[in-house]
Ligand binder design. Structure first.
Ligand code: ADP
Length: 551
């Protein structure tokens, strides 16, 4: 080992000379010399040599005493012990005190040279081993620290996604920031856009009293600078005055950045007492935590928005349900109130027409017929309204209904009206039509409405044909006319409640636009469908298809 420093402690100048000139200097070692034990001890403590060659018998202090004193001072230096005679006791004692080699005087220079070489190599190896061990321990500590950091980040990540309590998440973020950076205090401040201020949202190790309700200006604070520039700040070993009013020795502030709203706050850690400053690595971890805080804040905002919208929707739904039921109730009341007076009007009109209350002149008779017909129409309308509401309110009672017979009866009933409008009303029924499933009262209204419309919308001289046939599992019924037809863009709309192709008040035809809506709704609750084919000016054909009755 070049340049190793060797201290000789011996009271004999000759020994010094031999060791220096023949053993140590030729090998390039630096030589320190002490001539008694006391001087040697002081020099050893002061100069910290790499090796001591120590004589046993000296004035003032023996070699053994020097060894004991060195040991007491905690100095671990390799020693080669020399003595004129060696008792076994002494050997054991000095080796216990940490001596590395023992050389009997007088010695030959090569013998001492080998001993020095060996002890120094051994010491070097030992030092190397200690250094490696230390490095290993250091690496291990770092690794443990990193694992802890990762675990902290991971658990924060999980709580961000699983905890809905924003306060709890943000508190945890600040706690984690303090923990992983080994800081003394931590805080999270958020931007109040309107006031251009930052307010405290969560804190760790800050005196409650001092920081409660803390607000600072964005344009006049260190944290505000972070918000404005979007850059982290790392301050080392300085007395900086911060938002909390404290003087701190070291601090890191990182921006909390939201994807949508830009910079929404600042996450920071500080040391008030210790001068330990924060590293770039710790700044990095803090940034990761700030990202978690941003996500938590964003989630909370979205959640609130969604909840607000859901509340609004629920309220709107409740309102519309209430309106709907009020409307039904109203219509039902009106229908009921209309039915009895209508029946009365019709009854009396009939009495008069039949001449049971005396002869009528032709004008009176015509007037009465109009009254009776209108009363009849009104009655039908009231029936439609009642039926459509009823169909909504209660489930269908399914029975076998012979659609062919229903069609025959309807056509019979409309014959007079058709003749009056100068229309031919024909019926074509295929043989062996199986019954369909449903309620005949409803299905009869379907036929009445379809045939009634056909008569209404077909000019004199036209033809109306009602057909019934079976195809597979369905029975079809069609009412075709040679009337005015329906514009193609209205074909769907005519099935809406209260919809009419010509909705003007100057319409020639009566009605409320409820008939086809009733047809469609009734057919559909029977598991069937309605289709319409039409050509403007040529005529229309409405076809309903209903499933065959099954027990
Ligand atoms: P309303 O007949 O009481 O007006 P509907 O619901 O029965 O109500 O019919 C809605 C509209 O569909 C009618 O106003 C009419 O414009 C059109 N429409 C229905 N049937 C026919 C038809 N056979 N020919 C032409 N247009 C029709």
């Amino acid at each position: 080992m070049a340049q190793a420093r060797v201290l000789i402690i011996d009271d004999s100048p000759q020994i010094h000379e031999v060791l220096r000139d023949l053993v140590l200097q030729p090998q390039g070692y630096q030589v320190l010399s002490a001539y008694d034990g006391q001087e040697g001890l002081e020099m050893a403590l002061r100069e910290r040599p790499d090796l001591i060659i120590l004589d046993e018998r000296m004035p003032r202090m023996t070699g053994v005493e020097v060894l004991e004193a060195l040991r007491e001072k905690g100095m671990d230096v390799p020693v080669i012990f020399t003595t004129i005679h060696g008792s076994e006791d002494l050997v054991v004692r000095v080796f216990r005190l940490g001596v590395r080699d023992y050389v009997i005087k007088p010695f030959e220079p090569p013998e001492m040279e080998r001993a020095v070489e060996r002890v120094l190599v051994e010491a070097r190896l030992r030092a190397e081993r200690d250094r490696l061990l230390q490095q290993l321990q250091e690496a291990n500590r770092n690794l443990e620290r990193q694992v802890q950091e990762l675990q902290t980040l991971y658990s924060i990540g999980r709580s961000v996604t699983s905890l809905l309590d924003l306060d709890a998440v943000l508190k945890r973020v600040v706690e984690a920031a303090v923990f992983v950076t080994r800081a003394e205090e931590g805080l999270l401040m958020l931007v109040d856009e309107k006031e251009q201020e930052l307010y405290l949202r969560a804190a760790k190790n800050l005196d409650e009293g001092t920081v409660q309700g803390l607000r600072i200006r964005v344009d006049d604070s260190l944290a505000g600078t972070v918000v404005q520039t979007g850059r982290a700040v790392l301050i080392t070993e300085e007395n900086v005055k911060v938002a909390t009013g404290y003087l701190v020795q070291a601090l890191v502030y990182v921006p909390v950045r939201s994807a949508k709203r830009g910079i929404i706050g600042v996450l920071g850690v500080t040391n008030r007492r210790t001068r330990r400053s924060f590293s770039q690595h710790e700044l990095g971890i803090l940034s990761a935590l700030a990202a978690y805080a941003a996500i938590a804040l964003e989630n909370a905002q979205l959640y609130q928005q969604v909840r607000h919208q859901a509340d609004e929707l629920a309220a709107a739904l409740a309102r519309s349900q209430e309106l709907e039921s009020l409307k039904s109730q109203f219509i039902q009341n009106v229908s009921h109130e209309l039915r009895s007076p209508l029946a009365l009007i019709r009854g009396h009109a009939e009495l008069l027409i039949n001449g049971e209350l005396g002869e009528l002149n032709p004008e009176q008779a015509r007037s009465l017929e109009i009254i009776a017909r209108r009363a009849q129409m009104l009655g039908e309308l009231v029936q439609d309204i009642t039926l459509i509401l009823e169909a909504e309110a209660r489930p269908l009672e399914v029975m076998p209904v012979p659609l062919d017979e229903l069609a025959r009866a309807a056509v019979d009933d409309f014959q007079v009206a058709a003749e009056r409008s100068q229309l031919a009303l024909n019926l074509q029924i295929a043989p062996d039509i199986p019954p369909v499933g449903g309620e005949s009262l409803y299905l009869r209204r379907v036929l009445d409405n379809l045939i009634g419309n056909a008569i209404k919308f077909t000019p004199a001289g036209g033809t109306i044909t009602v057909q019934v046939w079976q195809n597979g599992q369905m029975v079809h019924l069609q009412v075709a006319d040679t009337g005015v037809g329906i514009p193609p863009d209205q074909k769907e709309r005519i099935f809406e409640r209260f919809y009419q192709v010509d909705g003007s008040t100057k319409r020639r035809h009566g009605g409320m636009g409820l008939g086809l809506a009733l047809v469609k709704e009734i057919v559909e609750i029977h598991g069937g469908k309605v289709e319409v084919e039409s050509k403007l000016g040529e005529g229309s054909a409405f076809t309903i298809s209903l499933p065959i009755y099954r027990k």
